[in-house]
Design a protein around this ligand. Structure first.
Ligand code: ADP
Length: 313
């Protein structure tokens, strides 16, 4: 990865160095096949983000790429994974920015936003992933809104607008903004208009939950009694992240019983094969008692309503 720090001078160089260190992710390493389900979201991302990055010359004029994409849905459903998959697939420079981190970490967030987009252009093709975009661009408390936060929001709008009127035509479509939120209804209208494609990332349905279980368990031994369809039925309302946590917990259960009552010395003397045992259905029942779905039905309903009003299909 070429360093672009020489392009920046003065205090901006420090900012660029901080961004390179904290925000640039040189190997997101997520592939489409690592992501269970979400076929519709993958298709929309292919058409609106991947293809314009592959063929910037074609996506001009009436075919100009969208300014930005918003992925919305309950937490832990794969939004970050999708952004990483786009970056991996397109071999773009990947900037992984969380609104809340940026707001708290850098005092000069506004200049940082400008620097971020400048770096993205310098290292194009690039994807800028802004997680928790609601935290920076919330319409919440618009009256008492913090002055600094308002300026950051304005700067993001200016930068997104500037992307497609950039002087160098070769640069067009070479920087993509992907944003994610669990609270789309908090995003103000100005930003919503710029994030032209709004893709709903729903909770997994039963077949996807079964796929998620298989993906999460691909590196562990699974006992013959494990019934994926039954587990998929038992995990209705669980997010992908919840299901991964259930699998992690279940996969630890065998070990827990093997080390129960042992002293630290005895445990240290145990080898992998002494503690390893295939994860079975009982382990899952234990895990499901401990781990509940983290998403409420009320939130799902709100997302569906937002999808109806503002979502892309
Ligand atoms: P979000 O950004 O929507 O909050 P993430 O993409 O960070 O969620 O997902 C969190 C974790 O949940 C991932 O690291 C992965 O283990 C699991 N996960 C969620 N959705 C999926 C999915 N569709 N396919 C595979 N794993 C998933």
């Amino acid at each position: 990865m070429p360093s672009v720090l020489h392009r920046f001078s003065g205090p901006d160089q420090d900012l660029a160095a901080a961004l390179e260190r904290d925000v640039m992710d040189t190997s997101p390493g997520v592939h489409w096949e690592d992501i269970a389900g979400l076929e519709q979201a993958k298709r929309l991302l292919q058409e609106n983000v991947v293809l314009p990055l592959y063929m910037p010359d074609f996506f001009q004029g009436i075919r100009r790429p969208v300014k930005g994409v918003l992925m919305f849905g309950p937490p832990g459903t794969g939004k970050t994974m999708l952004a990483k998959a786009v970056a991996t697939e397109c071999q773009t420079t990947f900037f992984n920015v969380s609104s809340s981190t940026l707001a708290s970490k850098y005092r000069q967030s506004e200049r940082m936003v400008r620097c971020l987009f400048e770096m993205a252009r310098a290292l194009a093709p690039s994807t800028i992933f802004i997680d928790e975009i609601d935290a920076l661009c919330s319409s919440r408390g618009a009256t008492g809104e913090h002055e600094a936060s308002r300026r950051v929001k304005t700067e993001i709008l200016v930068q997104i607008d500037g992307m497609h009127s950039h002087a160098d035509p070769g640069q067009k479509g070479q920087v993509m903004v992907l944003a994610a939120t669990n609270f789309p209804w908090d995003i103000d209208e100005a930003l919503r208009r710029r994030l032209e494609k709004r893709i709903y990332i729903p909770l997994p349905a039963a077949p996807e939950r079964s796929e998620l279980l298989r993906l999460a368990l691909k590196e562990v031994d699974v006992a013959d009694d494990v019934d994926f369809d039954q587990l998929a039925a038992l995990t209705e309302g669980y997010s992908g992240d919840d299901i991964t946590n259930v699998c992690r917990d279940a996969a630890m259960n065998g070990m827990r019983t093997k080390i129960a009552g042992k002293t630290p010395e005895q445990i240290r003397a145990m080898r992998r094969e002494d503690v390893n045992q295939p994860v079975n259905m009982q382990d899952f029942h234990h895990a499901l008692q401990r781990i509940n779905s983290s998403v409420s039905l009320t939130d799902v309903k709100r997302h569906l309503a937002y999808m109806q009003e503002f979502g892309s299909v």
